[in-house]
Design a protein around this ligand. Sequence first.
Ligand SMILES: *Cc1c(COP(=O)(O)O)cnc(C)c1O
Length: 383
Amino acid sequence: MIDLPTTAMKPGTLTASALSEGEPITRALTPAIHVATTYIRDADNGYSSGNVYGRADNTTVRQAESLISELEGAGESLVFGSGTAAATALFLSLEPTHIVAPRLMYWGLQSWLRQLPRFGHRITFVDMSDLCAVKAAIRPGETGLIWIETPSNPLWSITDIAAVAQSAHAAGALVAADSTVATPILTQPLAYGADIVLHSATKYLNGHSDVSAGVLAIGKPDMLWASIRKMREQNGSVLGPFEAWLLTRGLRTLDVRVKAQSRGAEVLARRLAKHAAVAEVLYPGLVDSPGHRIAASQMMGGFGGMLSIRLKGGARAAISTAANVSIWRRATSFGGIESLIEHRSSMEGEGSHCPADLLRLSVGLEDPDDLFSDLDQAIARSA
Ligand SMILES: *Cc1c(COP(=O)(O)O)cnc(C)c1O
């Protein structure tokens, strides 16, 4: 067992060594999956183990949570059956309030946020990369939460976490950051002043396109956190033990995956920016990208594995390029080891703000040269 204080360990060490100290009785190197839905009550009618019922208490679930807390520098984390279940638990745990959210963000969650008035909340959508617009949208004493997503779907625009947190806190509002794309390897939003972090663990944290999961992590557990925990228990939205075990297994390679995927995305972004058929590459790692300066100050060790391209040939060329690839897989979602390509506005459908000539690219672990050649031939065949 490594005998260093946790804070001294780098994410690569934390993830690779997590839970490998051996089980106390069997000495198994790999942790067991605890599937019990109920626990034995002591003869004196107590529960000395602290475990009572599976919906609230599960060791395998807690192991995933404790690793995520360490990675985020969080006080506590809670895993849910999906990213959506985690996010909605937060919104539904707030007393009715005014919420500010990005105009451009993960489409599925934004559609849900549009229904917030049904739950007593008021909501304003703003351009989160425009700090003046954010400040103008905040109603002091009335705004309870600012929701940010950085980098954000599908244009990968950047929000200055520290600046938004400062304005929010001055007005008495909390900041929750959807950090699904950055992962704790590149950004720890709590260190920049965010109060709560959300991940769709379906994406990079698990990383193998085989688990639906979500997580909320908080710096300092408070009353709101207690209601979120209670909401998860009462709504039954906790992650199952098999999925939690797979999530922990995925997390153990998070550091190396995210760094390699970021390197691949950077190579592709540079080469695509010079491509004659490409009108624009959206990637915060490019020095002339509008969010680059802030991204460089709050993302460490890379700019993430997600980018988008806009094709000069318009929507028709974009759809046809996606049809002509052979290494890239045509599918929605992202963050897995296999590279995915998606005509995003087709997925978002009516009311989408996504440009019709845009292809969203999730860079996996294939060689970037092969990924570029495949995309290049697909673009050529679509001309
Ligand atoms: C996928 C995603 C979600 C929703 O997560 P699910 O696990 O699909 O419920 C939320 N935010 C972002 C940024 C996502 O990409």
